[in-house]
Structure formats: C-alpha cells, structure tokens
Design a protein around this ligand. Structure first.
Ligand SMILES: [Zn+2]
Length: 308
C-alpha cells in the first residue's frame, strides 16, 4: 500500500444506523487505528426529505457509544470540512461547472415522462435501459427552443465508449463495460447534487485513500472513478465488502427493524453486534479475530450493564 491511510465512514442517516453501517464503520475504524491512519466521519445528508437532525444525532451517538472515535468529522472538525454534505453544496456546484466547461457533462432537457417512454421502448426492444444520449450534442437553436418551452435542465455526465477497469482490494480486477454505464445525472433540475457526484467529490477533497463499503455500491464505482479522473485527481483504492446476511443467507435491508441500531434499545444493539460479529467471523476478516473479539466484548459489556 505505502500511502497514508485515510478512510471514511459516510452514512446517509435516513433512520437508525443499520448493522451493515456498523460493520463498515468498524472496518474503517480498525483499519485506521491499525495503520496509524485517519478515520473520517462524514454525514451524507443531501437528501433532505429523508435525513433528519434526529437521525444525524443518533448516528453520532451510536458511534460514540461503540467507542469508534473519529479524527475528522462532526463535533471534532478537521482540515477538510465541513463534514456534512448539506454544507458543501457550493463545492459540488463548482465541480459540476468544471465538467460542463470541459464538455464532460452537458445539460439534458428531457422530461421524466419522455425518459420513461424511451426506457419503455428500450425494454420492448430488449436493449439495456438507460439514457440514450439524446441531449449530448444539442444545437444552440434546440437549446433555445427547450428553454422557450420552460423546460428544466439537469446536468448529465457523458460516459465515453470503452470500459473502466480497477482493482478492488477484496475482489481483484473488476471491469465495467460502459455499454452498461449510460450517461448519468450529476445535478437535478433544482440544482441539488446527486449522491454519485457528492461522494466522488468528497472522497477526493477529503483525501480518502481507501473506500470501504458494501458491494451494493460496486456498480457505482465506474462512475465515481470517471468523475475523479476527468479532473485529474488520484483515485482512492476501493474495497467492496460482501453484504451482511442473516443465517439463511438473505440480505438484511435497512427496512428490517431488527437490524437497526437504536441506542435506546439494548436488544437491537445486541442483535446487531452479534450479527456483525458473526458475519466478520465467517468472512475473510483482514484483522484476524480481533474485531470479532472486540464486538463480543461489547455485547457482553452491554448485557452486564443491562442484566440481559
Ligand atoms: Zn436529455
């Protein structure tokens, strides 16, 4: 590796933290502590309709209770802040403008109804559904016409032909054919950034060296790498962790109440930590048994404190 380790735990608190979140936080924290690196805690709260102040506070409290102290983030600050994405909107807008200036992105005037109709046609023709590039090379006259109709424009990233290959430090070499990575939206019509943009920007600006996250985000990696590379930044290493499953091998979703971590509810913590420990014990755990032991100790400690 040889580079300074900077990892980030970046939940989007739309509810209590989920056991999968906790598992990722543990990996990040342990990796930072093991290597003498930096553990960054970032809150992804650009979805203001779903993220509440209460959930943000609950996420902070949960990490504190677990003893996963962070070096940069809410409450402690740091040189790469602010650490709440809702306070970084100007930074995302600057990046979007650079992509537009470089012609790596363009304004797309398609309406949701038009997009859906075209996706429907793609499905009928057995073509992978995705943006078809209609607004890639609009003429000035076409743009004037759309504006005259009062249409709102989104900023859409242009994915070049070809493919993206990167080395995932858990899975090895991964390649995405861009045929399956259509041009994607960076900024909504109302000016708000999408997750893919905000994450790519923050990982670079916060100098993150290793991105540890669930494998459900693997398909997003080609987009994020492209965004970072278009502006000439060094990209972080990626490690996609298998999703946490229950004993039957089923994926645990955010909606599964039993897997949420609610610090006011000891049973939820016990279940979640046991689940995470169990999972870490079963999968390749780069930290040996130490994290599992630590988790078991935490569960025991909680049991003792609450006589359960
Ligand atoms: Zn369009």
């Amino acid at each position: 590796m040889g580079k300074e380790v900077r990892v980030r735990f970046a939940p989007s608190p739309t509810g209590d933290l989920h056991v999968g979140n906790i598992r990722t936080a543990l990996f990040d924290w342990a990796y930072a502590r093991h290597t003498g690196g930096t553990f960054i805690f970032r809150i992804e709260d650009t979805d203001t309709t779903r993220v509440t102040d209460e959930y943000i506070q609950a996420a902070i409290d949960t990490l504190k209770w677990l003893g996963l102290n962070w070096d940069e983030g809410p409450e402690v600050g740091g040189p790469n802040g602010p650490y709440l994405q809702s306070q970084r909107l100007g930074i995302y807008a600057e990046w979007a403008q650079k992509f537009l200036d470089q012609k790596d992105a363009y304004y797309c005037y398609c309406t949701p109804v038009e997009l859906e109709a075209r996706r429907e046609a793609q499905r009928a023709a057995n073509v992978a559904p995705g943006y078809d590039g209609q607004c890639r090379d609009l003429t000035d006259a076409q743009i004037a016409d759309y504006k005259g109709q009062g249409r709102e424009a989104v900023v859409r990233m242009r994915m070049p032909d070809g493919s993206t290959t990167f080395t995932d430090e858990i899975r090895g070499e991964v390649t995405f054919d861009h045929k399956f990575v259509p041009d994607f939206v960076l900024v909504r019509g109302d000016g708000s950034p999408l997750y893919t943009l905000a994450v790519a920007v923050d990982d670079v600006m916060m100098k993150v060296s290793h991105v540890l996250r669930g494998e459900d985000l693997l398909t997003n990696t080609a987009r994020q790498l492209h965004l970072q590379q278009c502006l000439g930044y060094q990209t972080p290493s990626y490690l996609h962790l298998p999703l946490v499953t229950n004993d039957a091998g089923e994926k645990l979703s955010k909606q599964t109440k039993a897997t949420a971590v609610d610090i006011a509810n000891p049973e939820s913590i016990q279940v979640s930590l046991s689940r995470a420990a169990n999972h870490l014990g079963l999968k390749n755990d780069p930290f040996g048994g130490s994290i599992s032991q630590w988790l078991n100790r935490k569960v025991k400690e909680w049991r003792e404190r609450h006589s359960i």
